[in-house]
Ligand binder design. Sequence first.
Ligand SMILES: [Zn+2]
Length: 436
Amino acid sequence: MTDPLSSAEERIVELVREGRDELVALVAELVALDTTARFVGDPPRDEVRLQQTLATRLRAIGADVDIWEPEPTGRGNRFVPDDLDFKGRPQLAARLTGSGGGRSLLLNGHIDAVTPGPLEDWKTDPFKVALADGKLWGRGVNDMKGGLASLLFALETLHRAGVRLRGDVVYCANTDEESSGAGSLACVEHGVHADAGICGEPTGFDAWVCCRGTVMPVITVEGRAGHAEMPQPHWREGGAVNAIEKAKTVLDAIETLRDEWRGRADKKHWCLAPADIVPTIIAGGVWTVTYPPHCAITCDIQYLPANVDDEGTAKAVEAEVKDWIDAAANADPWLREHPLKWDWMEDIVPAEMPADHPLVGIVLDGAAALGRTGMASGLDSWHDAAHFTRWGKTPTLSFGPDGVDSAHTVEERVSVEGLVDHCAAVALAALRWCGV
Ligand SMILES: [Zn+2]
């Protein structure tokens, strides 16, 4: 049973609906600013302008706005890429101080959007929002400049209605969700925190309370170069060794490990896909007529919130994978004497908040009262909510309009009705969570 809206709540919903064109205009303004996700070393784009756009509007409703550039990541931190620089890519956190006595709420979104390419496949300019079939089309409308705008417009509407919440609201806009998660991690380290939080990712009105984490090894198999068209002596007599063929041992071990995981309770989850290990890149060989001296296999390992170790990291998962594959390699005399080389990319940690957390009920009830019935579920990939939940002591769910199905595609879209209802649902959640 969902609670009916109070007359004060009805008024807020009405105001959001009346502001639909303003909301659409804000989405268009954000999409027009190019904040395409980056590789390490890429120059900044319009991140400063986008954050300033948000800051101006947040100040206008009385928020204290903090915009800062985090320190470069340096080297050797397992959670962020080496040498990531935030110059020209500031983070934003703004606080609307409540009247006191209420619970605080984090509203978060990422400002980066994946590359629009291939550009020739777009029917319209990806940086110019088009309105057709009741939907907005463009890069980032769905993932997630629509949600980012909607979270802000919910606060603007409450302000317009003269509502002063009892609890504080922290509005946070970060970079680097699509690439590494380094932006939200920097926000947590900067002190961004609340009693609970909402990320405006496109969940189709579900509440994503959990996600899987990722860790990626590059496993290098050693061989020995030699002329491929000449008979080779045994390797103990100096003969060539084919690293590509030796890599088969690693691939077979990955397959048997995956099978083993399939049968294990700790690799299954009530709503997420099971833990998995998938070889994604293989690179070996130097010349068409040379025995390949190296072959490197990159894997995408997806792990569950329950698989983290006592420090909340993937170190235990890494050790398990390494031990399993090393053991298989050890059965091969060449590989026993020429051990596999292991390099690990960043550890993107998973997280989970309780599905019966009071904010989950508040968010879903508010949406249901608007005719948008969702449920508690999870994201098999990753979202910034995980950093706020795991490291920021802010249980954070994702909740947003439409489905994630058009995200990252050349037909990225969000329905205007969905966006308006999302905005209204966020305003209702803020009223009910923070109190008035
Ligand atoms: Zn997203």
